[in-house]
Design a protein around this ligand. Structure first.
Ligand SMILES: *Cc1c(COP(=O)(O)O)cnc(C)c1O
Length: 427
């Protein structure tokens, strides 16, 4: 065992980990572009952009340069009473690419605080107007983060089960699948009558943590329209879907009904520094704008609008909006579509889906046959030098936009080889 692994086990409590399973953490020494390198020099293609963050490639030269310049100028300053150019420039750049109507940017630290603030904005929007609306609406199998408000609106799992007695009030509706829209709408009508809804938090079109579950677009549109007509504040959680992953800058751009609030993080800072942001419309902002101080949003984090994070985000948006990056995104989608044709009829594939740079397939195998199938698949890909993180029976790709055609094909090949090996096992 390497010295690093030993010390890791001595000192570190990892996220999302039951340490009694004694899984060894793999020390990663270097990341450049699409490649992660471990301490022994073995290379892995980062097929999920390090949890959907490093979409322009790791240690991107342009972003590093911008952050280095900023670092020599202004590192950190209190964002209450003070302001600074990186935050102002970033807010303006965000408003320019966000869904129509987003007007104000509230900075925070990560995806969970971005949604937490979205929820607080929705609840206080009604509280400030003395509307009796205290319940949030969310999707089944939704995931919005690990702080208390975010846990409350996330569907129950090992993540949040221990805390459910402490949750805020939430009602849940099924995900629109093309056959259940009317059912959901009548359910929604009834819920809203019995427990007036303050806001609806949703991952637009793709639910990442639910193994890239995708929505029926018109179904989602109908739900959003209903909410809009009842002044149920629409909180789009674009923490995963934001910044190009679905083929548009934000997934909300596929829809007509636009959100009142948008939550961002992950690719916001291009994988370089932690930051989140929550944007809102003028209408939401105005509900807090009052002579009465208590109507303000009294929420703030110490590192709010950290100038280095702002400069990383600004550089990221420059890259995202460049014709070259937009073209990369469309090309990845075309490659995914071609791969889909190749793989969708394989006897071990139950279902495939694709949106922008995201591709997912569900295996049609009995999990029980394999013991821990998920870990076997994970280890198979790692042995081939490919970092993918299967969820249950789902294998998905959310690759950096700078991935080359040959790197992408190495991922596809590994998936096809895995399917064949599994098939031999089954037959
Ligand atoms: C990852 C994620 C979050 C939580 O973000 P963290 O930065 O991990 O706290 C919230 N919502 C969605 C949709 C996510 O994918």
């Amino acid at each position: 065992m390497s010295n690093l692994i030993e010390k890791d086990q001595q000192y570190i409590w990892h996220p999302l980990t039951q340490h009694k399973l004694k899984k060894k953490m793999l020390p990663i020494k270097k990341a450049k572009g699409v490649i992660l390198t471990d301490e022994n020099g073995k290379e892995y293609i980062d097929g999920i952009s390090s949890w959907y963050t490093a979409v322009y490639g790791h240690c991107n030269e342009y972003i590093l340069q911008k952050v280095t310049e900023q670092m020599q100028q202004l590192d950190q300053v209190v964002f209450s009473g003070f302001t600074h150019e990186p935050a102002i420039q970033l807010a303006e750049a965000l408003v320019n690419i966000l869904p129509e109507g987003q007007q104000k940017i509230f900075f925070n630290d990560n995806g969970s605080t971005a949604t937490e603030i979205g929820i607080k904005m929705a609840l206080q929007y009604h509280y400030n107007q003395q509307n009796n609306r205290k319940v949030m609406l969310a999707f089944e199998e939704g995931f919005h983060g690990d702080t208390f408000g975010a846990m409350s609106v996330s569907d129950l799992s090992v993540y949040n089960g221990a805390f459910q007695e402490h949750f805020i009030a939430v009602k849940r509706i099924p995900v629109p699948n093309g056959e259940n829209t009317q059912e959901i709408l009548s359910q929604l009508e009834e819920i809203h009558q019995q427990s007036p809804l303050a806001g609806f938090i949703y991952e637009p079109l793709v639910q990442g943590a639910a193994a890239m579950k995708m929505h029926h677009e018109e179904g989602l549109e109908e739900i959003l329209k209903f909410c809009k007509s009842k002044d149920i504040i629409l909180v789009a959680d674009e923490v995963m879907t934001g910044f190009g992953k679905t083929g548009k800058n934000f997934a909300s751009a596929y829809l007509q009904t636009q959100p009142d609030i948008v939550c961002m993080s992950k690719a916001l800072t291009a994988g370089l520094l932690p930051m989140g942001a929550t944007s809102c419309t003028q209408k939401v902002f105005d509900a807090f704008y009052d002579d009465n101080i208590a109507k303000g949003l009294f929420h703030g984090h110490t590192y709010t609008a950290n100038p280095l994070a702002c400069s990383a985000a600004l550089a990221g948006i420059k890259l995202l909006t460049s014709p070259e990056m937009q073209q990369n995104i469309q090309q990845i989608h075309q490659h995914h579509l071609a791969f889909n044709e190749q793989v969708k009829n394989h006897p071990l594939v139950a279902n495939t889906r694709c949106k922008g740079t995201i591709f997912a397939l569900d295996l049609s195998v009995e999990m029980s046959r394999y013991g821990n199938l998920r870990d076997k698949i994970y280890n198979y890909f790692m042995s081939k030098g490919i970092y993918l993180r299967p969820l249950g029976k789902t294998i998905y790709i959310a690759c950096p936009y700078v991935i080359s055609k040959s790197q992408l094909h190495r991922i596809y090949e590994a998936i096809l080889n895995l399917l064949d090996e599994l098939r031999e096992d089954v037959c």
